[in-house]
Design a protein around this ligand. Structure first.
Ligand SMILES: Nc1ncnc2c1ncn2[C@@H]1O[C@H](COP(=O)(O)OP(=O)(O)OP(=O)(O)O)[C@@H](O)[C@H]1O
Ligand SMILES: [Mg+2]
Length: 337
């Protein structure tokens, strides 16, 4: 007999979804302190697309990246991986590690190259750690070195490589298992060009685009850089642990309002862009109407205090306790605000 739990809700998942994050929450608990890093993030990374993520420091970008890559566990929510056709938050670590090898590559800002090994040896070591079988390893490393344009420099020790060349080694290392996955692979990058000069950054981005075009690899890139965001198929804005907007191509990080699309979340809540609120003098109540295909929000200035009052307070997102003015720690549960 099939119970409700046994029915595989992912069996008819769309084929072009590589990873789907569904209502993901992350609360970090350290000693007495709790931090809400993500508060219900839902998004899907589509096959062969480049998705960028932008947002202020501390908004939850790295946390989301690590949850998508299965390195950090979501506190609540589901994370679907196309290669397993399963929610990875429910599967054992051992199965996850094995599945990650041929599905996800990480490019960290600080690339962990071994200084005494040369470029080729560093990629070969990554392939070894990732479990690439011995008989195909040399071939694959050679292919990758060529792909990232390091033929001439492959015998140089890591310490003698430039920042851009070291990034190329890191990218080749991230791809050791993705190069043969026929498109379903995903590269996760956290500020991949943060340390690079614009010219080198451009070369790395062209390499990403080439991999995206030739192998169909999908990319999820956290960035603060206009140069990087410009090549995205879609850019997601994160603010305070929620998705606060989407942008299609042609994003300008200085005028996000020009291209921003906001989406209702699963509870019919719409994130209000803080820049627009500020522009309007931070109103807290609105009249809402729908006319000529437009929703119209009009700040409502009428004083309703004779019939309804809402005390303006900052409350803790973990326990709901009121946070006193000027304080950044919840007096009840110790969470940071
Ligand atoms: N391991 C951890 N333990 C406790 N709190 C954490 C941990 N990692 C992140 N946080 C907190 O979670 C929130 C989100 O952090 P995260 O690193 O995801 O932000 P970010 O958007 O990547 O920031 P940045 O742009 O500065 O890299 C922050 O308040 C941070 O202090
Ligand atoms: Mg970060």
């Amino acid at each position: 007999m099939t119970t409700a739990e046994e029915i595989d809700i992912y069996s008819d998942y769309p084929d072009d979804v590589v990873v789907s994050a569904e209502n993901v929450y992350k609360i970090y608990k350290t000693n007495e302190l709790e931090t809400v890093a993500l508060s219900g993030v839902s998004l899907q990374i589509l096959e062969g697309k480049i998705m960028c993520v932008v947002g202020p420091s501390g908004s939850g970008k790295t946390t989301l990246t690590n949850i998508i890559g299965g390195i950090t566990k979501a506190t609540v929510g589901k994370v679907y991986w196309a290669n397993l056709r399963k929610d990875i938050t429910k599967i054992p670590e051992r199965v996850l590690t094995e599945a990650r090898r041929s599905f996800i590559g990480f490019v960290f800002q600080v690339n962990n190259l071994l200084p005494h090994l040369n470029a080729w040896q560093n990629v070969e070591l990554a392939a070894r750690i990732a479990g690439v079988p011995k008989k195909v390893r040399t071939d694959r490393v050679n292919r990758l070195i060529k792909l990232v344009g390091l033929e001439e420099r492959k015998r140089n020790k890591a310490t003698t490589l430039s920042g851009g060349e070291r990034s190329r080694v890191a990218i080749a290392s991230a791809l050791v298992n993705l190069i043969d996955t026929e498109g379903k692979g995903l590269v996760l990058c956290d500020e991949p060009t943060g340390d690079l000069d614009p010219e080198t950054a451009q070369r790395i981005l062209e390499l990403f685009k080439e991999l995206n075009d030739t192998l169909g690899t999908s990319f999820f890139i956290v960035t603060h850089s206009q140069q990087v965001a410009s090549m995205a198929d879609i850019t997601v804005e994160i603010r305070d642990g929620i998705v606060s907007g989407f942008h299609r191509m042609g994003i300008d990080l200085d005028t996000l309002g020009a291209t921003r699309v906001v989406r209702l979340d699963n509870n019919y809540r719409l994130p209000m862009p803080t820049d627009l609120l500020e522009l309007a003098g931070n109103p807290s109540q609105f009249r809402i109407s729908f006319e000529d295909d437009r929703f119209i929000l009009v700040p409502h200035k009428e004083d309703m205090s004779d019939t309804m009052r809402v005390k303006k307070v900052i409350t803790c997102r973990v326990c709901g306790e009121e946070i006193p003015q000027g304080k950044f720690i919840c007096p009840n549960c110790g969470s940071t605000v």
